[in-house]
Design a protein around this ligand. Structure first.
Ligand code: FAQ
Length: 333
């Protein structure tokens, strides 16, 4: 672990001998592969890191419904529409499991959601790009869900029990999402020349943003070293990105599509694909709120929250009436 951090330039973390007795016992538990549960003692930094990552992840699932939602009314067949609707509903479900996992750490859903709506916390950069042609929907499933699975399979083994268990189910569903996306892109890539051109256009626009999903390179990543020591992260941003490239290039070749990277090349020595430089300035701009759709995405979420107020009020009024009735019945008995 330490050798890996030196290689990648990750920040140095505390050694066991520099920790308090409580922290050392906690770290030894993690090193032994024992899961941390909600009521166990944990360092404040561990709790805060998990709340940050899990809530950002939950927000990504919820905001991630929007680019795909753009095509529900224009899906080209009943079958594709049913698949797309099911996928979008799954993403809402993922958001809910994740908000529940965050709540086990002592925050409320309302608090973390308010932080999304105020623009205080992040969600994945990828969802700030527009879906301009139908092939984008397949490409999101193929690349975006593909990248999400690559990142989330290791999270099934992460040290925090509620998060790791939520990830097991999420990954099963993401796997269906990736397959339906690849199936859609395949239909277009093997279709008419116009359809193939749409699939290529979508790949050209989504490839680099998909690589950015894995976050900054290891040397620039603020949280990786500590998160890896705590086994919140099992693999580093660059390791996951490389695995994604290695997995996806043959899939593009099978489709007869070209990855928009002239420097992409198989490297016999490393056994991996070499790929070109990522435009980190674009990544920084998108994360800072200046991507093509950032403002639109937040506006849509705020409107959905405001429009849903009457429903939340009705639920609360119903819950209050119900508990009043229960008290009255208990008193009468
Ligand atoms: N976008 O030090 P690191 C999906 C931020 S789910 C925006 O490396 P960390 C399903 C990072 O938060 C996709 N911000 O951070 C779906 C930090 O900022 P902070 C989401 C990013 O946490 C499919 C700063 O940069 N998946 O797609 C991004 O150790 C289709 C420094 O970075 C997850 O959230 C980014 N791409 O590693 C839904 C998985 N990358 O907080 C609908 C769980 C980094 O200090 C349709 N999360 N930042 O202000 C993770 O694995 C990690 O949080 C990483 C980032 C790997 C994303």
């Amino acid at each position: 672990m330490y050798a890996q951090m030196v290689d990648t330039g990750m920040k140095r973390v505390q050694g066991l001998d520099e920790m308090s007795a409580e922290e050392r016992a906690f770290q030894e538990k993690i090193d032994a592969g024992i899961k941390i549960e909600a009521k166990d003692w944990m360092p404040e930094g561990y709790r805060r890191t998990l709340i940050r990552q899990i809530s950002q992840h939950a927000h990504s699932e919820i905001v991630g419904q929007l680019p795909e939602g753009n095509w529900v009314t224009r899906a080209p067949s009943l079958k594709r529409k049913a698949i797309l609707l099911a996928k979008i509903q799954d993403e809402a479900g993922h958001g809910l499991y994740l908000y529940s996992a965050a709540e086990t750490l002592g925050v409320t859903r309302d608090q973390v959601y308010a932080d999304l709506l105020s623009g205080k916390v992040k969600y994945s950069s990828i969802f700030n790009y527009p879906t301009t042609n139908w092939a984008d929907i397949g490409t999101i499933g193929w690349l975006v869900d593909g990248a999400a699975i690559m990142n989330q399979i290791p999270l099934c083994r992460c040290s925090y029990g509620p998060y790791s268990r939520a990830m097991v189910r999420v990954c099963k569903e993401e796997s269906f999402h990736q397959r339906q996306g690849y199936d859609l892109v395949m239909a277009m890539a093997k279709g008419t020349p116009e359809q193939k051109a749409m699939a290529q256009d979508a790949l050209n626009r989504w490839w680099w943003p998909a690589l950015m999903m894995f976050g900054p390179s290891d040397g620039e990543s603020v949280h990786s070293a500590q998160s890896m020591q705590w086994k919140i992260k099992i693999l580093s941003n660059d390791e996951l990105r490389q695995k994604f490239v290695d997995q996806t290039v043959p899939q593009a070749e099978y489709l007869g599509l070209t990855i928009p990277d002239p420097e992409l090349k198989w490297n016999e020595d490393t056994g991996h694909y070499d790929f070109g430089a990522i435009d980190w300035e674009e990544f920084r701009q998108v994360v800072a709120g200046n991507g093509p759709c950032n403002r639109d995405r937040l506006r849509t979420r705020v409107k959905a929250w405001d429009d849903g107020k009457w429903f939340r009020d009705a639920l609360l009024a119903h819950a209050e009436k119900k508990s009043e009735r229960q008290v009255a019945t208990a008193k009468a008995a």
